[in-house]
Design a protein around this ligand. Structure first.
Ligand code: SF4
Ligand code: SF4
Length: 385
């Protein structure tokens, strides 16, 4: 409660007051679209937040259950005529909830897991590079290199997704890039930021930045939009300084290689569609690059209605997989329906979590649809895997 005492006069409160309760955001919100409950909508969550600041309700777990039942996809911000910065507000709110120990159990456990294991799976972090052994790809660990490949937890440890790491490594080798893995990569910490655990997030940021800067690399590439968001935007914010390296998503690197003629990729005959990961498309604004890559290999590219800045979430963001896995699955099912409507045989994404969510939804629906990551698709077309 203490933290809220001064907040009614703060900029944070002014941000909350911008909401005029018009409801234009409701239909863009995946959790509201599935549940139809006001408290699980952007407007409802803002109302609950304001009620806590006004001390009309307590900071408590039952409120947190609504506040964390949000994928932090930011689609409501696109729809909002009052320019409410919903996710900025929620990051601060979640910090306050975390300080008051009022977060859902799943989120609390995830923070403990990352603090202890340095990854989201409570795995031994020294086994983080085992995907190199499993896939048989060459992946260097050097003292110095021009580029660092930051792999991320999901890609490092999840069996099906390790193919993305194999694809990225094999393409970097194919073009002759001077690249390296980090000697000791930790979780990027984005889940900590999402929970509100700012102190822990800062520790992780300090470690990963030190590891990267020791290599002297000027570029860091990742296939995970969550890692890219952490490294590019959230690390400079939490560390309060500019970093000495550029952060790129692998779809941007592919786009650059194709433009420079470094990759000659055989055409792909199947009808394909693309799912924009929220953190990549809406939040980081990387919308055209993956499309240029796909169009360079496909004459049968079809778009879903909800795309680009207005792309619909896969249900995998905002810690929803650990706070409400059923809701996360229902959102993935809904997104899959939208993608099926395009008539595509192959769904391409550019995020390990979207890949998992959509591939699982495809299995639940028993649909003969292929879900593939953009890096995997290109590596396969090049005959590298
Ligand atoms: S961030 Fe996404 S899930 Fe959260 S309230 Fe906004 S639209 Fe809904
Ligand atoms: S659209 Fe904006 S102003 Fe309207 S209810 Fe949603 S957040 Fe509030």
């Amino acid at each position: 409660m203490a933290k809220f005492n001064k907040l009614d006069q703060s900029d944070y409160y002014k941000l909350i007051l911008r909401c005029v309760h018009c409801g234009f955001c409701l239909q863009s919100c995946p959790t509201y679209r599935v549940l139809g409950i006001e408290a699980d909508s952007p407007r409802g969550r803002l109302y609950l937040t304001r009620a806590m600041v006004d001390k009309r309700i307590d900071i408590a777990k039952d409120v947190a259950n609504h506040l964390y039942k949000c994928t932090m996809c930011a689609n409501c911000e696109i729809a909002c005529p009052s320019a409410v910065k919903y996710t900025d507000i929620m990051f601060i709110t979640r910090e306050i909830m975390a300080e008051a120990n009022a977060v859902p159990l799943g989120a609390e456990q995830l923070v403990n897991t990352i603090n202890n294991a340095k990854n989201i799976f409570m795995m031994d972090n020294t086994l983080r590079k085992d995907w190199v052994i499993y896939t048989g790809v060459e992946a260097p660990i050097k003292d110095k290199a021009d580029m660092v490949y930051f792999v991320g937890c999901v890609t490092s440890y999840s069996g099906r997704i390790q193919g993305v790491a194999q694809a990225i490594a094999s393409i970097l080798n194919y073009v002759g890039e001077d690249w390296t893995l980090l000697k000791d990569e930790w979780c990027c910490g984005h889940p900590l930021k999402l929970e509100g655990a700012t102190k822990e997030f800062k520790k992780v940021a300090e470690h990963n930045v030190k590891m990267i800067e020791e290599t002297g690399a000027t570029k860091v590439v990742s296939g995970c939009p969550g890692c890219c968001l952490a490294l590019k935007k959230e690390y400079p914010e939490v560390l309060g300084r500019k970093l000495n390296f550029e952060v790129l998503h692998f779809s941007q690197i592919l786009d650059e290689y194709i433009k420079k003629g470094k990759l000659k990729i055989p055409k792909f005959e199947s009808k394909v569609t693309y799912h924009d990961p929220c953190e990549l498309g809406r939040i980081l604004g990387i919308i055209n690059e993956p499309r240029r890559v796909i169009k360079s290999i496909s004459d049968k590219f079809v778009e879903p209605i909800e795309r680009g800045k207005e792309g619909f979430c896969c249900g995998g963001g905002g810690l929803l997989k650990v706070t409400d896995s059923q809701l996360s699955e229902s959102i993935a099912n809904k997104r899959l329906e939208m993608l099926i409507k395009t008539g595509a045989e192959v769904i391409i994404s550019a995020c390990p979590t979207c890949y998992q969510s959509l591939a699982d939804a495809t299995s639940r629906k028993n649909k003969a649809l292929q879900v593939i990551d953009i890096a995997e698709l290109i590596a396969q077309r090049l005959g590298l895997m």
